[in-house]
Ligand binder design. Structure first.
Ligand SMILES: [Mg+2]
Length: 199
């Protein structure tokens, strides 16, 4: 955690923040939608997975294998944000980070598609007053994360960056990333841990 403090004080370092399941809680509402979708309920019941819960998602492949590619329709059509909630401590985290290092050093880096780019931008604007210029929509996060501090929940975004001494990777513990035990990941269990560092 000392290195995180050093990086926070280094004006050349940006703090890059993933949006889905770091700031906006998408998975919980997604599970609610699946548990209420007649297309999926029978399959879930047949597999003893009804109702499906966030804790069941140990790997994203699992969803596709069980329910087929159509399981992602709620992401693709943007419905997943209809009744979003924020992740615990997201408000405190963003507000104290902006106070501490300034918005200039903060970037939101999120994998989006044409249907949900605008929705995510309007949520970040409404909840945190974040202008759309601060939001990069890309699935290739590497070049933004490299040499900066970043927080994400998807392990594939950490590859090739874990050993980069100029980068601080922070992973927010989630059922789908618990199996990765690399100590250099800087695993946190709540955004409150960063809030405490910023206080
Ligand atoms: Mg994410």
């Amino acid at each position: 955690m000392n290195r995180i403090q050093d990086f926070l004080e280094n004006e050349n370092k940006k703090f890059c923040i993933d949006v889905d399941d770091i700031i906006i809680n998408t998975t919980e509402y997604w599970m609610y939608l699946l548990n209420n979708d007649i297309e999926f309920i029978e399959v879930l019941k047949e597999n003893d997975k009804y109702p499906i819960k966030v804790e069941d998602i140990k790997t994203w492949d699992y969803m596709g294998h069980l329910l087929g590619d159509n399981v992602y329709k709620y992401h693709l059509n943007g419905t997943i944000y209809d009744e979003y909630t924020l992740m615990p401590y997201a408000k405190e985290f963003i507000n104290s980070l902006v106070n501490k290092i300034g918005l200039d050093r903060i970037l939101f880096v999120t994998a989006s598609n044409g249907k949900n780019e605008d929705i995510k931008e309007s949520i970040l604007e409404k909840e945190f007053n974040i202008p759309s210029e601060k939001i990069i929509h890309t699935s290739d996060k590497y070049k933004y994360y490299k040499n900066n501090i970043f927080i994400d929940d998807a392990f594939h975004n950490f590859k090739d960056l874990i050993d980069c001494v100029e980068t601080i990777p922070i992973i927010l513990n989630s059922p789908w990333n618990e199996k990765y035990k690399e100590t250099k990941l800087n695993r946190i269990y709540s955004l409150k841990e960063i809030c405490d560092l910023l206080a």
